[in-house]
Design a protein around this ligand. Structure first.
Ligand code: SF4
Length: 227
């Protein structure tokens, strides 16, 4: 009945997610997993319930944005970074507080994770740092919302040019590997890194070993194994 139709709707939407350029959310993430996305390597599919949870998070974030609009402090929302070759991304909002501009990025999570949060997550800092860089705004706010209790926590982030330079350099290097068909090495602490726990390529990744390898050789191997 309806449940099957709704599940299928979410699963179909997931299939459209092929990648052919970097997103800001890729910054600082495992290069091998991004490589696999670019090469359309088959990935473990997320189930419809998890996909609906993501949607729920987006909905909560929209409610927070609405309250900022009502306060009259939003200068722009869903703002694309200026077009350039390497990367694309869309900041949640740019607001004015005390005559100063801030980039705001919302993050929603379950209260079990939210309650333990005493500092912003490194991957969220990477993301907002790139927004600060591309918008040329020196300050940002990471606003975390607990999905099930609606509690809020916020962290001020100052632009860090050294960090941004490192992130952009990593993406340029990864781009060269993607073009040269070289599968990057795993994360140093594979498979214990938190990214590996959530990685949709973890089975394929363990077949490739830890070091860099040629994509053509590995592709033949996974095709042979029917992956
Ligand atoms: S399992 Fe870990 S090292 Fe391998 S691709 Fe995924 S995140 Fe990267």
């Amino acid at each position: 009945m309806l449940k099957e139709l709704i599940d299928q709707f979410y699963l179909n939407r997931q299939r459209d997610k092929d990648q052919n350029h970097f997103y800001i959310t890729d910054a600082g993430k495992c290069g091998r997993s991004i490589f696999f996305k670019f090469k359309n390597v088959p990935r473990e599919q997320m189930n419809a319930r998890i996909l609906r949870l993501f949607d729920h998070g987006d909905y909560i974030q929209m409610q927070i944005l609405n309250s900022l609009f009502s306060l009259g402090i939003v200068r722009a929302s869903e703002v694309q970074i200026p077009p350039q070759e390497l990367i694309s991304g869309r900041a949640d909002a740019i607001v004015t507080l005390n005559n100063e501009l801030y980039v705001v990025d919302f993050k929603s999570m379950h209260s079990m994770i939210f309650n333990k949060l005493v500092e912003p997550k490194p991957e969220n800092i990477n993301q907002i740092q790139l927004y600060l860089h591309y918008f040329k705004i020196p300050k940002g706010i990471l606003l975390y919302v607990s999905k099930d209790t609606s509690d809020l926590k916020e962290f001020l982030v100052q632009y860090n040019p050294g960090l941004v330079k490192g992130l952009l350099k990593e993406l340029v290097e990864l781009n060269k590997k993607i073009e040269a068909n070289i599968v990057p090495q795993t994360l140093d602490d594979f498979p214990r890194n938190w990214q590996c726990a959530y990685c949709q390529f973890k089975d394929i990744c363990s077949l490739a070993g830890k070091k860099e390898i040629k994509w053509e050789d590995f592709k033949n191997k996974i095709e042979f194994l029917g992956k």
